[in-house]
Ligand binder design. Sequence first.
Ligand code: LHQ
Length: 259
Amino acid sequence: MSDHVLVSQVDGIRRITLSRPEKLNAMSGEMAESARAAFEEAADDRDTRIVVLTGAGRAFCAGQDLAEGAIAPGKDLGAWLDRSYNPLVRAIRRLEKPVLARVNGIAAGAGANLAFACDIVVAGESAQFVESFARIGLLPDSGGTWMLPRLIGHARAVALSMLGTPMTARQAYEWGAVWRVVADGELDGVCEELARTLAAAPTKAMAAIKSATLRGWEQTLDAQLDLERSLQRALGATADYREGVEAFTEKRLPSFKGE
Ligand code: LHQ
């Protein structure tokens, strides 16, 4: 386990903080493995209702630690991805709970694509997203070639990836890559409120929204209608659905237990 990944949990909100601020939270293999383990634990922990991924200091994450021996030129980078970022991205996407990226500063390389793998991204206005890979002779990994065109369109995705031009937080918002951009001083408050809202949300509905929306990117409308029918049938049998309808009828706030 890496000392550079901090995990805490309060009131159903699990915080995973990449914490190597002097190197802008550049990720070692150990950090990637620890972050993956923290997401997998979140899946197993019934008390975890939402995960917040963030960085310590002035950066979110500067991507792969380029000083790490295992990725030196000539080493097998494919094997490295199989060990580090691919399992981490899969853990984020497979987690049937909301994941909020609190992007407090620069997100470069794999760091940018980790943010885009999260369900809801909130960026401080000084944050930037840089697909910096081509600058060092690589292509965007960690799902970048898949997520970025879907989020901001092919033309922008390819240009950002080829040129390595930073996308500002404001551009990311205007182009649809992030949910909100807020003043840096408001980032904590906005993320806290969002995390509390998501922690109080009906858990099975959150899981269904996440998995169905992601599946929708890969299949036909017909197949998606069938998927929605199956999931809605299951949600209709939950205590949270009963509570939601009762609360509406009684003109009170619902109290979702996650069942
Ligand atoms: C770093 C890093 C870093 C080490 C800042 N590593 N130290 C997957 C598979 C296999 C191989 C390769 O990669 C991947 C996935 C990837 O993520 S590839 C992309 C890797 N990331 C980058 O190429 C970004 C590199 N960093 C930068 O371009 C700049 O540092 C940015 C634009 C992020 C920030 O610039 P500044 O604000 O000017 O800060 P800085 O450059 O002065 O960095 C501060 C310190 O952090 C500095 O250390 P030092 O000891 O000199 O103070 C940097 O060396 C260190 N650092 N990123 N990725």
